[in-house]
Design a binder for this molecule. Structure first.
Ligand SMILES: Nc1ncnc2c1ncn2[C@@H]1O[C@H](COP(=O)(O)OP(=O)(O)OP(=O)(O)O)[C@@H](O)[C@H]1O
Ligand SMILES: [Mg+2]
Length: 231
């Protein structure tokens, strides 16, 4: 579904991603794990067209490089960025409706799906986004992404800063979303939880992929255990 080859990207003169090659099959959850500053968020930004890159990015055989970011969203690639970035002065429902502006006729049905996935959002539908707790805002950010009818969901650190309880809720929701047919590319600090729910994963180090395997293989890998699991 997503085929990335020899991808290079950076900011101004500074290179960040070097010759990244990654592939996602439809229906998978794939994790990209790596230390702070390794280039995980940069990778997601390159895929969704927020930053320029060179190399190949194909989504269902179509090159994304010729397409502006808003067209990439229309193709079904929805990016839920790091740090939530919800609209603080809009209510929960208004935030969700903004996420569905490209899909007017599906909005009511999608809203009900989001509320079924996160009942907390239904309870707080008229509360201002900015007054929600961190975990609630994260649910809202994911919910807003789902309103965009994603085929491929790019999730950047969805569990960052969340309590163990909210972390469980978020990882459970990612599994549920995937089970409805949405392919997921997940970037996480929580290496254990993310590899546990992933079909496959990649380890990124200073902008290069250094290791790949199934979620289980990576959890069992000596280097992964030492670098990310404190074992
Ligand atoms: N807008 C920017 N302008 C210049 N440099 C940037 C910009 N955004 C990120 N960088 C740099 O690019 C490198 C990779 O950053 P990136 O955000 O992709 O890392 P990350 O793996 O997502 O890290 P983290 O786990 O901390 O979120 C870092 O050295 C960072 O300082
Ligand atoms: Mg990041």
């Amino acid at each position: 579904m997503l085929d990335i080859q020899n991808l290079h990207a950076g900011y101004g003169e500074m290179p960040v991603l070097r010759a990244i090659t990654i592939a996602l099959v439809e229906g998978e959850i794939v994790s990209v794990v790596g230390s702070n500053g390794a280039g995980k968020s940069t990778l997601l930004k390159a895929i969704s067209g927020i930053i320029k890159s060179t190399g190949t990015i194909k989504f269902n055989q179509e090159s994304l490089h010729a397409l502006p970011a808003h067209t990439i969203v229309q193709r079904g690639i929805v990016h839920v960025p790091e740090g939530r970035k919800i609209f603080p002065d809009m209510t929960v429902v208004e935030n969700l409706m903004m996420g569905g502006y490209l899909h007017q006729k599906d909005r009511q049905l999608n809203l009900e799906k989001v509320f079924a996935l996160f009942p907390k959002l239904a309870e707080r539908r008229n509360q201002l986004g900015g007054t929600m707790s961190g975990g609630e805002q994260q649910m809202l950010a994911i919910g807003r992404g789902l309103m965009g009818n994603p085929k491929l969901l790019l999730l950047d650190e969805p569990s960052l800063g969340l309590s163990p309880l909210f972390t469980e809720v978020v990882f459970g929701a990612i599994r549920t979303i995937n089970s409805t047919g949405v392919t997921v590319l997940l970037v996480e600090q929580n290496v254990y939880q993310s590899l546990k729910i992933s079909h496959r994963g990649y380890v990124i180090e200073t902008g290069s992929i250094v290791l790949t395997g199934t979620g289980e293989e990576l959890l069992d890998n000596k280097e992964v255990k030492r670098a990310f699991l404190g074992m």
